[in-house]
Design a protein around this ligand. Structure first.
Ligand code: LLP
Length: 424
């Protein structure tokens, strides 16, 4: 069920009219549905019940503390990519013992922080990184749990900017080098080799490439076992796509995909390991939060042009980078649809860049002051926003039934330069 739907001619988030939120909190504002968040998480977590499995939410998609807190209470772990994200998990009451740390460029300080807090695992992407983690752990008198991110060279069939599992990608260890890299890891004195992971891309509309990557990973685990390197968890990464309103048919709810992963794993364990279970980790981001959020924005002006008509809105590329960065098509709906003859507009913001557009060629009936909602904006929306043009970032609001909670207040421009100093 959609938690963003028209009721009495007004688009609602659960039981709250979005017009009321725009009035109270202003625009641009991100609005999230708690019910949808819980449903999406349950799509992963329900099939995991009773098994040794962990859903590590990839918090780069949306790292608001309130979102993290809700997920942590549901038992989520977290996939992080920086020390800052680890501090967020802790601030939200999440358990560092359920954190996995991904990314190609972990600094010494970040590794030290993660070891101090006792994270579950480092997802390592190169031999130099193995040496660095070993060195920091040795200095701290600790052992670091590591997994290697292998690159199975599977085509995720998605936008090139968000495909990560190909040979040309900066991510992961090439499949051909995986065995040697595992041997290096196993020989380092301050590392415990505990897992294997892969992540082939994002916004996948078909889970076949994910399962193909899993098959390759499984083969590698057996090769490692023959070498005496025993893997305790298999991390299948994230990547499931969502419906952006162009007829995509993503595998939702995620439970069917999760069941398919377990079926593969169980058949393999039964055939090769006497049924001995292996822990399974998932790293979903977009499919947990993407369709839980909308971005509210108001029409400032309509500006007819020679070739194009422009609808100038108060949200811009700094609030939502996906359209200009990935040519992503995001659905835009009026909060109070009007009668009339639609006009085709490009929706553009006030930022001084030709690339500052949020949607193109949309047929809308709008007037200045109208509020529009960019749909399915909950993932990689706020987290990728910036202060370009000294624009304070949008407010964030969470709706729970008929309750509205402000979970991040709008930034005041004065706060944006508060860290700067004049040269005396
Ligand atoms: N695990 C790793 C190692 C990742 O790099 C990512 C995403 C995820 C998990 C979560 O993937 P998801 O389930 O969200 O597909 N900003 C882009 C997406 C970048 C994805 C980066 N990595 C966008 O807005 O489309």
């Amino acid at each position: 069920m959609s938690h963003f739907a028209l009721q009495n001619g007004v688009l609602h988030a659960e039981r709250v009219p979005l017009s009321a939120i725009a009035e109270q909190y202003g625009t641009p504002t991100y609005v999230y549905s708690k019910a949808r968040l819980l449903e999406n998480f349950a799509g992963y977590a329900a099939p995991c019940a009773g098994r040794d499995a962990l859903v590590c939410y990839a918090m780069k998609a949306n790292s608001n503390l309130a979102i993290l807190d809700i997920l942590a209470r549901q038992g989520a772990g977290f996939d992080i990519v920086s020390g800052g994200e680890l501090l967020r998990v802790i601030a939200a009451g999440g358990d560092p013992g359920k954190v996995i740390f991904s990314g190609v460029g972990k600094t010494m300080a970040e590794i030290g922080l993660a070891l101090e807090k006792g994270i579950l695992c480092f997802n390592v992407e190169s031999i130099p990184e193995l040496h660095r983690i070993n060195e920091v752990a040795g200095r701290m008198g600790k052992r670091a749990p590591v997994s290697l991110r292998v690159n199975p060279n599977v085509d995720a069939r998605t936008h090139p900017y968000i495909a990560t599992g190909l040979k040309a990608s900066k991510f992961g260890v090439a499949f051909a080098d995986a065995l040697a890299t595992y041997r290096t890891a196993a020989a380092l004195p301050h590392l415990d080799v505990v897992g294997i992971d892969c992540h082939i891309g994002s916004q996948l509309l078909d889970d076949a490439p994910l399962l193909e990557a899993l098959d390759k990973v499984i083969e590698l685990v057996d090769t490692l076992a023959d070498e005496g390197i025993h893997i305790h968890h298999v991390d299948v990464g994230g990547g499931l796509g969502i419906d952006y309103g162009t007829g995509e048919a993503p595998p939702v709810p995620a439970s069917a995909y999760v069941e398919r992963v377990f079926a593969r794993i169980d058949a393999w364990r039964a055939a090769r390991h006497g049924g001995k279970p292996v822990k399974v980790i998932f790293e979903p981001g977009r499919s947990i939060v993407g369709d839980t959020g909308v971005l509210l924005m108001a029409v400032e002006f309509v500006k007819p042009g020679e070739e194009k008509n422009f609808c100038v809105i108060d949200a811009a590329m700094n609030d939502m980078a996906r359209p200009t960065l990935y040519q992503a098509w995001m659905d835009v709906q009026p909060v109070k649809p009007r009668q009339g003859t639609p006009v085709t507009y490009d929706l553009v913001g006030p930022v001084c860049e030709s690339g500052d557009w949020l949607a193109r060629d949309r047929a809308l009936v709008v007037e200045p002051g109208d509020v529009l909602a960019m749909m399915a904006a909950g993932a990689y929306g706020f987290t990728m926003s910036s202060n370009y043009n000294t624009r304070g970032r949008a407010a964030e609001v969470l709706v729970d039934g008929d309750q509205v909670h402000l979970i991040r207040r709008r930034e005041d421009p004065a706060e944006l330069f508060a860290l700067e100093s004049l040269v005396k």
